[in-house]
Structures are given as structure tokens and as C-alpha cells.
Design a protein around this ligand. Structure first.
Ligand code: NAD
Length: 237
């Protein structure tokens, strides 16, 4: 479970723990991990930058050493960098793609031999409403989330014969540290509240509920899809 220290990843990790899973909580931020998981007997924490070369081996080895294998991989860690298209830099492009796409690819590849040993193996990736849409100042972020969709579908095809399902979640606007700076702009906030027919922003727990479904036995025939958790935002003209 990457990016487990905050926001959506934290909610997914807590929901899985509440359903008797054992969780490797990975994040850049050691303090957040300590605060959130020190009192969780079924969680172990790992401070790692998912984009680091050695991160995939460290993450998967931690799961194998502590819990004997990997049943569910949640690739949640993600970053956003916004700016008008012509101002965006090569470094910003590489940084976003490194965390949101390349790390997801490398960590999943590392997990595959262990997922193959699982009775009900699942990979759940964090896409976004922006896996389908584009928005002002978010061209690189949107590209990375389109890539999450493409990678998920490709992995679903290649890993399906091993019984591994691979899906992605497509949150709309969810109240987290990531969305906070955008929501400081009252116009932007009002736009997103109105964009969702339900008339509000989403909560991380609502994304976690969808992750629980994709991880469940009930979702065993669901693979290669994006599940929108956006209050209907994507279907509203
Ligand atoms: P967040 O910023 O609140 O939390 C992200 C967590 O990931 C943080 O704890 C951070 O320390 C960690 N992280 C970031 N980069 C990392 C790295 N390189 N290595 C390890 N950990 C790292 O973000 P969030 O809103 O909870 O977003 C989680 C995921 O959901 C992201 O992939 C994001 O793109 C996606 N998403 C969020 C929204 C939203 O509205 N919040 C909408 C759609 C998709």
C-alpha cells in the first residue's frame, strides 16, 4: 500500500486493516506513518520514495518478510504539479511520470511472482477522473493518469491468465492534502462541487470503500476497468 501516510492511501490502509488484512504502509513521511500505524498490530511501515531505484524490492521484500507474501497491491502514491502548459519543465514531467507511472509499473512487476502464489491476487491502481478528462494547468498530471489507465489495461491482459485482476480507481475531487491548495480557490471549489451531480466533494473513505470492493471476492470477475468514485462528475455535461 503506497502513499499510506495521508489522504486516500491512509483511508484505504485503515479500511483494509478493519477488514483483517495485514498491511505494509509505505510513505515518504516517517512521522505520518508513525502517527497513523504505530498502534496497529497488523501493519508494518516502510519509509520509501516509490520512485527510488530500490523501492520495488524494498516494498515487496518487506511484505514477504513480515507477512509471507502479497495478495493485494495498492499503487496509490501520487503527486500533482500544475501550471500552464508552456511553463511546465522537463524535470516536472519526469518527476510526475516517475512517481505516478514508472514506480507503479516497477512495483507491480516486482510483486508479480508473489501475486501468482496468492489465492485471490489483486492489483488496485489510483487513476483519476483525469484518466479520461483533461483540465486547465494539469496536462502532465492528466497524462500520467491516462497512462495509469493504459498500464492497468495492459497488465490486466498479461496477468489475467495467472488469476491476477488489475483495476484502477477514478476519484473525482476528494478532500485531501493534494486537493487542498486547489480548493483554497472558492471558484475552483464551487466548480467541482457543482460538477458532481451529488453536489459536493468526496471523502477519502468513499474511495476506500471502492478499493475494498475491488479487493473483495465479489470482484473476482472484474478486471481492466476504471471505477469512478466522483459523485457522477464525469457523466455530467
Ligand atoms: P495526498 O497528497 O493527500 O497523499 C499522498 C500520500 O502519498 C502522502 O502521504 C505522500 O507523502 C505520499 N507520497 C507522495 N509521493 C510519494 C513517493 N514518491 N513515495 C512514497 N510516498 C509518496 O494525496 P491523495 O489526494 O490522497 O492522492 C492519493 C492518490 O489518489 C494519488 O495517486 C492521486 O493522484 C489520486 N487522486 C487524488 C484525487 C484527489 O482529489 N485528492 C483525485 C483523483 C486521484
Amino acid at each position: 500500500m503506497t502513499g499510506a501516510g495521508n489522504g486516500i492511501g491512509l483511508s484505504i490502509a485503515k479500511a483494509f486493516l478493519a477488514h483483517n488484512a495485514r498491511v505494509v504502509a509505505v510513505d515518504l513521511d516517517a512521522d505520518d506513518l508513525d502517527r497513523q500505524f504505530a498502534s496497529e498490530p497488523d501493519a508494518t511501515t516502510l519509509v520509501a520514495d516509490v520512485a527510488a531505484d530500490d523501492a520495488p524490492a524494498r516494498i515487496i521484500n518487506t511484505a514477504v518478510e513480515h507477512f509471507g507474501g502479497v495478495d493485494i497491491l495498492v499503487n496509490n502514491a501520487g503527486i500533482v504539479i500544475a501550471g500552464p502548459f508552456e511553463t511546465l519543465t522537463d524535470d516536472q514531467f519526469d518527476t510526475i511520470m516517475g512517481v505516478n507511472v514508472r514506480a507503479l509499473f516497477r512495483i507491480t512487476r516486482e510483486a508479480v511472482p508473489h501475486l501468482k502464489e496468492s489465492a485471490a491476487p489483486r492489483v488496485i491502481n489510483l487513476g483519476s477522473i483525469m484518466s479520461d478528462l483533461a483540465g486547465p494547468t494539469l496536462s502532465i498530471y492528466g497524462t500520467s493518469k491516462h497512462a495509469v489507465a493504459g498500464l492497468t489495461k495492459g497488465m490486466a491482459v498479461d496477468l489475467g491468465p495467472h488469476g491476477i485482476t488489475v483495476n484502477y480507481l477514478q476519484p473525482g475531487s476528494i478532500v485531501t492534502k493534494m486537493s487542498e491548495p486547489f480548493m483554497d480557490d472558492p471558484e475552483f471549489k464551487a466548480y467541482w462541487e457543482a460538477k458532481a451531480p451529488v453536489g459536493r466533494l468526496g471523502q477519502p473513505e468513499e474511495v476506500a470503500a471502492a478499493a475494498l470492493f475491488l479487493a473483495s471476492e465479489e470482484a473476482r470477475f472484474v478486471s481492466g476497468v476504471g471505477l469512478n468514485v466522483d459523485g457522477g462528475a464525469i457523466v455530467q455535461f
